[in-house]
Write a protein that binds this ligand. Sequence first.
Ligand code: PLP
Length: 415
Amino acid sequence: MSAQIRATPAEFDVARYRADFPILAERIHGKPLVYLDNGASSQRPTAVLDAERRYAEHMHANVHRGVHTLSQRATDAFEGARERVRVFLNARSSREIIFTRGTTEAINLVAQSYARPKLAPGDEILITWLEHHANIVPWQMVAAATGAKLVVAPINRRGELELEAFARLLGERTRLVATAHVSNALGTVLPVKEIVALAHARNIPVLLDGAQAVPHTAVDVRALDCDFYAFSAHKMYGPTGIGVLYGRESLLEAMPPWQGGGDMILSVSFTGTTYNELPHKFEAGTPHMGGAVGLAAAIDYIDGIGLERIAAYEHGLLEYATERLGTIEGLELVGTARDKASLVSFTLKGVHPHDLGTILDQSGIAIRTGHHCAMPVMEYFGVPATARASFAFYNTRAEIDVLVEAVAAAKTLFG
Ligand code: PLP
């Protein structure tokens, strides 16, 4: 067992890490900020902010096309960030790393470029009930355009995927499986290795939506053996507007570009265009260079702490929050999967989640309330919305105490 895995919460110097995040010192309505909305967007440490600033102050120019020094610096920084992502995901080649605006754009890329040309009427795309809208709507759009069907694998009352039912839904017409690695609404960790093995046994490729997984767990695309993996920088302590699509090189090679413009071409004339090679074929137009640099810095930052240590510490927070919230009368946890990432979704009898969110804000506590862009999950549990507290490694048990006291007080107020 490595030293990292042996680390206990007591050895995790959370105060030191908190000091890396300037925004955590903010006061909201006169109270110390308790930021528990990390599932929506996490905060950026100074190391990331500094890297973005350094890029802007010393390296910024347009990439790939210039012969001047700044353009070369920008290109080196951007391509260096791509290599950093490759190592982070353990991909074979940086040709497999496509920069996108985020998870949503990465999934749309696969839907339009991989799936759409392949789908015929009656073909099927298999997803699960746990998906974020970003992993539902792009498939509905290609299904509508091609006559293909969206098939949805069921979940149980804990919010876990029914793996046997999923296996039965893999059929002759299944052309692609697209599933979350971790559910954003419930925190469920899906059995993605088993999912990939089941699909591959039938030669069906698998896309994993890793938006909620990358901040909490080490992802190795070769070990997972997935065909596509999508994530966003802003949920893993990086900037907004940048994300990644990992794709297996043989699949990406065979896919047509999905957007046309500069950078994705080798030559253009009015009689025809030759497309650029991977990964540039999928990156039309000027990319978000500063964002890519920030993402690479975020990866360096979390690698410096160690994702195993982060996972162990956050697991402690999850257990503590689950236990403490469970003591509040009328509070019901939504999503009690045996394998969960560090978030809790809940309802409070007699208090609408939006009212709860507004009241908690008065105490400086930021949680998310609503359907979490996962309306089918809400429908399954028969609730219009939940309150969701999602934890990062910079959160503390003391903050969970503040949350629990504020929720209990809200219950008394309305109760
Ligand atoms: N997939 C999951 C599981 C998510 O949680 C999110 C964002 O909440 C997305 C996709 C969409 O990510 P983005 O808005 O960064 O594209």
